[in-house]
Design a protein around this ligand. Sequence first.
Ligand code: HEC
Length: 102
Amino acid sequence: MKKLVSTLMLLMFATQILAAGDVEKGKLTSYTCTGCHGIKFYKNAYPSYHVPRLGGQNEAYIISALKAYRSGDRSHPTMKAQAASLSDEDINNIAAYFTSVK
Ligand code: HEC
């Protein structure tokens, strides 16, 4: 029984590490993002170029994409400008938020 309890506690701890980002904060930070990354229709309203869908995306993927834009490894003028002002914490929160949106 003792062993089961400690295994469960370990599992709970591990899940918390995975969900490091704060969904509520991410929601606030990503307010500007959703203007382009409209979650429902994932197209910009006007001009109607395609914008990748972020809602329900893989958390690790969003984190690495934003860091790549910020560092310049991935070049796209719009997204570089967006990512430039984000801290690592902002990026984690944003990723947690978009991952939570289905
Ligand atoms: C002015 C419109 C616009 C805004 C605002 C914007 N984005 Fe983007 N975003 C784009 C476009 C266009 C792309 C596709 C760029 C490319 O082809 O690399 C993109 C790509 C991305 C990607 C990569 C997606 C993929 O599938 O590879 C992520 C992640 C992302 N944006 C996150 C954000 C976040 C977070 C914000 C807010 C801080 C934001 N974007 C704000 C237009 C925008």
